[in-house]
Design a protein around this ligand. Structure first.
Ligand SMILES: [Fe+2]
Ligand SMILES: [Fe+2]
Length: 230
């Protein structure tokens, strides 16, 4: 299969993956939520957000492509906040946590769910110790491409249960748009390296391994936020 069609097929598969439409996301979008439940979600999710850029810095030197750094640059610029660290994505997420009334020490002190730790450790390995195509599958299609779909559920939950300002919601609102653009950037890079069935298989493997950890992360949040196991 040609590279372009392969990516399209993989994106279709991801759009229908159970991690992207997890029961946690469905309940979060549709049920009445207390501030405490939303805080519980935010404090765990922040831990994933604050480390995301490390996966990209792990991966970049593994990619045998002189243009990878240039292609990554636009994504790095967005993640790091262009001209000011106050607009880095973790900083914008902290605005959201502050909007939920959480004090600064809350996100440093929170106990990680086992699934949160597992997610982070697994992604460090996926982007550092594996074939670069596995890392690209995890960070490109399974993160950048999948995130807008998952965030739609989360944003519904915030809108239904809080009156957070647009400013406080900025992290979520703009990822709906920005991660679609980031996915296109990743695909420009990926497409140059998946001409063979073996390379296509590696890319998909990375994406599916990432989504399995994402599913486990939502399983953990289901338990932490709704007080019951799936
Ligand atoms: Fe981001
Ligand atoms: Fe992104």
């Amino acid at each position: 299969m040609d590279a372009q069609s392969y990516i399209k097929g993989l994106e279709d598969e991801i759009l229908h993956h159970e991690a992207v439409h997890h029961p946690f996301l469905k309940r979060f979008a549709s049920e009445s939520l207390s501030l405490e439940q939303i805080r519980t979600f935010g404090l765990q999710h922040y831990q994933l957000v604050r480390i995301f850029v490390n996966y990209m810095t792990n991966l970049l030197p593994l990619i045998p492509d002189k243009e990878a750094a240039d292609l990554f640059r636009t994504v790095f610029d967005d993640e790091f906040g262009q001209h000011t660290i106050f607009r880095s994505h973790p900083a914008l997420y902290r605005n959201f946590l502050k909007g939920l009334g959480l004090p600064e020490e809350a996100w440093g002190r929170v106990a990680f769910l086992p699934e949160t730790t597992l997610y982070i450790e697994a992604h460090k390995k996926l982007t550092r110790d594996e074939d670069f195509l596995i890392g690209l599958g995890a960070v490109g299609p399974a993160h950048e491409f999948a995130i807008p779909t998952m965030f739609e559920y989360l944003i519904s939950g915030f809108k239904n249960n809080t009156d957070l300002s647009d400013e406080v919601m900025e992290y979520f609102d703009f990822h709906i748009v920005q991660d679609k653009e980031h996915a296109v950037v990743f695909n420009q890079l990926i497409i140059r390296h998946i001409e063979t069935p073996e390379s296509q298989k590696l890319l998909r493997e990375g994406a599916m391994r990432c989504l399995a950890f994402r599913k486990a992360f939502w399983d953990g949040l289901y338990r932490a936020v709704f007080g019951e196991s799936l």
